[in-house]
Design a protein around this ligand. Sequence first.
Ligand SMILES: *Cc1c(COP(=O)(O)O)cnc(C)c1O
Length: 402
Amino acid sequence: MTTTDLMSSEQIISLAKKHLTANYTRYPVALVRGSNSWVWDAEGNRYLDFFPGWGCGILGHCPPRVVQAVQEQVATLIHVPNTWYTEPQTLLGQALGDRTDFGGVSFFCNSGTEANEAAIKLARLNGKPKNKYKIVTLTGSFHGRTMGSLTATAQPKYHVGVEPMLPGFNYATFGDLESVVKAVDGETCAIMLESIQGEGGVNIAPPGFLEGLRELCDKQGLLLILDEVQTGIGRTGKWYAYQHWNIKPDIVTLAKALAGGVAMGAMVAKSDVAEKLKPGTHAATFGGNPLAARAALATIETIEQDGLLARAVQIGERFLQRFLGLKEKRPLITAVRVKGAMIGVELSVEGAPVVQGCLEKGLLINCTHQTVLRLLPALTLSDEQIEDGCDIIGDVLLNLRS
Ligand SMILES: *Cc1c(COP(=O)(O)O)cnc(C)c1O
């Protein structure tokens, strides 16, 4: 495939500046195609992608089985409303539910924030008979950009300019069980959190925290909602990240990796909790459409058949070893946090110049919370690609110091 009939990056960028809202910080590169962990720009330059699709590309770019499933489905039935049953949506509900340890039932939507809105509504519906509507969320969390999920996001910087926020959210400190206990009152219906905070800087729940929250929820009759939009579908080496701990949530939300790069979100809930979603209470027009559902089924099938949960663990170990090695030689690295293919490298300086330096050397990475380099690589990444990419990051960090 040639790129000669496409616009140049420069042409695309100048047109975009005229016609698109300016709400994203974009690099001056227009991407045109991708394959696995490689992606190409309009000029034909190739980049190694350690952050494919912002965590959505769990199988890399254009994974063959997802491509084939979508190609078949797009010519068969693209979209029908949820007034009808479809086989792909039904089989996907089964696949997601079977992989929870609580026989979860699924509601489908199109994004992470939408999945969390569904969870917030379901928690309130469950609390209604007892007039309980408040939800406790945690510092450093990220739950999405629509008003409910945004209010749940306990980071004031995201609220600036769009207040007032939704009533009924109390904030507690991530990792501090006592602060959660204090934030719960007689009107609380749920606690909502990420077991591993992604946007917050790859912060892994400390030992005992999730178990303590589960106990608290059981004692007070609260629902435990886990936002697995970033951690779900094999990212951490388990189908759901909560499976690293000895707990079961009442509700899990999914999106990013769910359909291998195709837009889809889901809320998976215990059936006695989900019961409250009766006709008329909630809906999503595009939710669970056959196209996205087939993409998700192909994603799950690929992870399963290719043993990619185990591969996620190996990838994590390899990155951990590389970054711990680098940490010895690069004092700029202050901490390395890894769970499967979810990798955070904390720096003592701003990470943006590192991202820029890597881009110039043909490697795509991310920086979150100003100082944390974040990698969410494809589970199909090879050892050689890990080594090559880490060499680049090491070089860039070395040159930063001088
Ligand atoms: C990305 C993300 C969201 C928001 O997902 P969108 O699809 O952008 O709405 C919510 N929660 C977590 C944990 C995320 O990482």
